[in-house]
Design a protein around this ligand. Structure first.
Ligand code: ADP
Length: 636
């Protein structure tokens, strides 16, 4: 652009420049210079300083202040002998150079060429920068939008803005080229298929070349459908090419012909490559998820076990056909917790515990028609709980049969053992035996005693496992302790031991089976005496709180090694070391103790130090005074 009020200057400059092949825009005053700079966006401005209305410096100031024009190089045209202060002011305002009148043609053209070269490289840099920031923004958008529609909308937003397009559309295609998903901006943009009447030809061409192309002028494009109410004069069309071929297309349009440049095409192609990759990833993820969900749903449906799922509030959210069958007669309400009093209280309690604690639980659940289920309740990955119910009725029946068989056999053993015991005792009384004979008789007697003990213990254990009903009576724990103390008097005396009893104040009571509870204390004291050397002390003490009684048996015996402690309540487990050598036993006593205590709603703990002694503590629920009074009244 030449901005000069002197027509002589203008015609001279035009001649010089036209001879070099430049296209020119003229302005004869400052205001016009500014206005034409904005509307024509010249590649360079030759700006006279002294112009009417608005001088060259004011125009320069405005050009530099406007982001749209600030990058246009401006060469100031000055008087023959320029005032250095003026020149400095011009350069400070952002002039790129100045030439003095009269112009030297070669110097002027050389300066113009130099400035245009600088401008070109600056523009290339700016373009690159713009492209990088668009691609970076695109990469962020692709990560931020996990769904296809959101992703395509974001792509359109960014691309139309970056290219200054009036409208845009992304279309995803099926393998046969049919439209699968189409998003456009603004929303009412015409469908791409309508804009191209030979749509299938276009697709075939793109499918072969995988190249995008610019439509400079839609009116001269044979493929373009001239639709009167659509003011589109230029467009750029780029395929989304994935690993498997063309996935779709991006189309951007503008109302002016020639809007899209080759650098636009390469930017959209770079964007399209990223988008194609993101679309394929989303599809792969969806397929994998679909496969997972499908296979787990099929597995759930086909499972013979009943499966129930609960949300984080413990509400039932899903159950498989096996579970529907199982609860046919007492249907479960979806979206609700399991109702209480319907026969599945144990399951409901386990589900609640799992939901709260996040720890797995296993419970037995009684079912209809004498069936028994083992419910494994496990926390689910996100939240809630899954319960899998295995039908263990068959095992239960087998166990019952086994217990009945053992119980019968044990009963049958009791009689002959009793006879052996009786005769062994009689032997010593029916006449004089020599020393060896009486030793044999004694041996027979003590072995029969052990057998008797074993049979008694096994019988009790079998009964406990068969779920024998316990008596529910009021038991005064102080009285129970006193009875056991009396029972052991002679045994303690024989070993020179001291059995001390410390009863609790206020006669605490518990509810349960008096004989079995007595057996618990008996067994603990029997062990304490057994595993404490002669002269040791055994302490039986009782204390209670508002809700519990704590009964402990402490001895000064051999103690239990820490590695054995976790196993001593297991059936037939005996500690075998120098300290226990020669001590008779069958490893069932503590198993029975634990079973009885637990069936009374209590717990048993042990602390022990080898060589120093052991303390067994039984904790049982205290029977509130009011309840014990009521129970005693009904018993009477
Ligand atoms: P046992 O018939 O062998 O005594 P229990 O089941 O009563 O069987 O006890 C299991 C094992 O625990 C015993 O073999 C013994 O080693 C150990 N034990 C039990 N009570 C005591 C105790 N008071 N002091 C030391 N060891 C004990």
């Amino acid at each position: 652009m030449i901005a000069d009020d002197s027509s002589d200057n203008v015609s001279l400059l035009s001649r010089y420049l036209q001879s070099e092949g430049y296209r020119l825009v003229m302005a004869s005053n400052g205001a016009e210079a500014l206005e034409r700079t904005r509307s024509e966006m010249p590649d360079l401005v030759l700006l006279d300083v002294n112009m009417p209305e608005m001088d060259g410096f004011a125009v320069l100031q405005e050009i530099r202040a406007d982001p749209a024009t600030e990058h246009i190089p401006v060469i100031i045209l000055t008087a023959a002998r320029p005032d250095p202060i003026d020149m400095q002011a011009g350069l400070n305002l952002g002039a790129d150079d100045y030439v003095t009148k009269p112009f030297d043609r070669r110097e002027l053209l050389a300066r113009i060429r130099a400035k245009l070269r600088v401008k070109e490289s600056m523009e290339a840099l700016r373009r690159r920068h713009r492209e990088w920031s668009v691609l970076a923004e695109m990469a962020r958008a692709l990560v931020a939008h996990p769904g296809l529609e959101g992703l395509l909308d974001a792509v359109l937003q960014i691309t139309t803005r970056a290219l200054g397009a009036a409208a845009g559309q992304v279309i995803l295609l099926t393998e046969t080229g049919a439209s699968l998903l189409s998003r456009s901006i603004p929303a009412a943009t015409s469908m791409i298929e309508m804009l191209f009447p030979q749509w299938t030809d276009i697709l075939a061409q793109i499918g072969e070349t995988w190249q995008g192309w610019i439509i400079e002028d839609t009116q001269r494009e044979p493929f373009w459908q001239a639709t009167p109410n659509i003011a589109v004069r230029s467009a750029v069309l780029v395929p989304l090419v994935g690993r498997s071929g063309v996935l779709g297309l991006i189309l951007l349009t503008h109302e002016q012909a020639g809007h899209f440049q080759s650098e636009h095409l390469s930017l959209v192609q770079a964007i399209a490559a990223q988008v194609a990759m993101a679309v394929e990833n989303i599809r792969l993820q969806a397929e994998a998820k679909g496969r997972d969900t499908l296979s787990s749903q099929v597995a759930l449906r086909c499972m013979a076990e009943a499966v129930l799922m609960f949300d984080s509030a413990g509400n039932l959210v899903e159950l498989n056909p096996a579970a529907e069958m199982l609860f046919k007669e007492r249907p479960l309400a979806m979206g609700r917790r399991l109702a209480s009093g319907e026969g599945y209280d144990a399951l409901a309690a386990a589900v609640e515990e799992v939901v709260i604690s996040g720890e797995p639980r296993v419970v037995e659940v009684p079912g209809a028609q004498q069936r028994t289920f083992l419910a494994q309740c496990v926390p689910m990955e996100r939240s809630g709980c899954m319960a899998v119910l295995h039908d263990i009725s068959h095992f239960k029946e087998m166990e019952q049969e086994k217990n009945e068989f053992i119980s019968t056999a044990l009963h049958d053993l009791k009689t002959p053992i009793g006879i052996i015991l009786g005769y062994a005792e009689l032997l010593t009384r029916t006449g004089s035996l020599n020393e060896e004979q009486s030793e044999f008789a004694q041996h027979i007697y003590s072995t029969a005693c052990s057998m008797n003990q074993l049979v008694q213990n096994l019988l009790e254990l079998t009964r406990l496992e068969m779920g024998v009903k316990f008596k529910q009576e009021v038991v005064d724990v102080n009285a129970l302790m006193a009875a056991v103390q009396d029972e052991f008097g002679p045994k303690v005396k024989a070993k020179g031991q001291l059995l001390r009893v410390q009863q609790a104040e206020g006669h605490p009571k518990i509810k349960g089976d008096p004989l079995r509870l007595q057996w618990v204390v008996h067994n603990l004291i029997d062990n304490a005496i057994k595993y404490t050397p002669n002269g040791g002390t055994i302490m039986l003490s009782l204390e209670h709180s508002d809700s519990q009684v704590r009964l402990s048996v402490q001895d000064t015996g051999c103690g239990i090694p820490s590695e054995d402690l976790p196993f001593i309540f297991q059936r037939f487990y005996r500690v075998r070391n120098a300290a226990t050598k020669g001590i008779e036993g069958n490893g069932l006593g503590l198993t029975i103790v634990k079973s009885i205590v637990e069936q009374h709603g209590g717990e048993v703990h042990v602390e022990s130090e080898p060589g120093k002694g052991s303390r067994f503590t039984v904790v049982l629920p205290l029977l509130p005074v009011a309840d014990s009074v009521a129970m005693q009244a009904t018993a009477e």
